[in-house]
Ligand binder design. Structure first.
Ligand code: TMP
Length: 211
């Protein structure tokens, strides 16, 4: 059993999870809590290289199972290099996306099957599941409007059509029902300050329960 605490943040495009994730990480550090922040796909050099292959807009020919395997490969490397050592050292790991993204995006939205994608990820993560997951729930149209307002380049998955993003949302709902004891849903359509406050309370209470 690891000594630290593994907390993941999930949601569709424009759910605001990355902003909230960073806020929580900074606030934990300010409280003197030994925490690390990381993200998927990526977080370490090999995994970032895999991220670039997956998200490159050039790779329109990518097969859906190839995509699922690449996410799992990137996850494995990130787990071994970053997450497991941090948990062993007793740290709180704040991670922007993890296995539930693969279940919702590849398992459900890409129609591979949630159970099939779970199997390849089981091989990749070796039973290291998050202790707590926050799901940032926002209407698909609201989320997509937020990302188009950012004015940043859109990656290969951002560019999927709106039906795909609706399927991702449905996929997340199914995953949330599958793991009610682990995943907590937050209404991410609220003002960002309110979402941050609510998410921080949940995280800090879980950390206090762990000591
Ligand atoms: P990001 O926008 O949060 O950086 O994530 C990059 C994209 O990768 C996003 O569209 C969600 C997608 N993704 C998957 O499809 N499966 C996964 O397992 C992960 C971690 C991300």
């Amino acid at each position: 059993m690891s000594k630290g605490l593994f907390i993941t943040f999930e949601g569709g495009e424009g759910s605001g999870k990355t902003t909230v994730c960073r806020y929580i990480y900074e606030r934990l550090l300010a409280e003197g809590i030994d925490a690390i922040y990381s993200r998927e796909p990526g977080g370490v050099d090999i995994a970032e290289q895999i991220r670039n292959v997956i998200l490159s807009v050039k790779n329109t020919a990518m097969d859906v199972r190839t995509e699922a395997l690449l996410y799992a490969a990137s996850r494995r490397q990130h787990l071994v290099e970053v997450i497991l050592p941090a948990l062993e050292a007793g740290k709180v790991v704040i991670c922007d996306r993890f296995i539930d993204s693969s279940l919702a995006y590849q398992g459900y939205a890409r129609n591979i099957g949630i159970d099939e994608v779970w199997q390849i990820n089981k091989f990749a993560i070796d039973d290291c599941m998050p202790d707590m997951t926050l799901f940032f729930d926002v209407e698909v149209e609201t989320g997509l409007k937020r990302i188009s307002n950012r004015g940043e380049g859109l990656d290969r998955l951002d560019r999927e059509n709106v039906n795909f993003h609706h399927k991702v949302h449905e996929g997340y709902k199914i995953v949330c029902e599958k793991y009610p004891e682990r995943i907590i849903t937050i209404d991410a359509s609220q003002k960002v300050e309110d979402v941050e406050k609510q998410a921080y309370e949940l995280v800090i209470n879980r950390i206090r329960k762990n000591v």
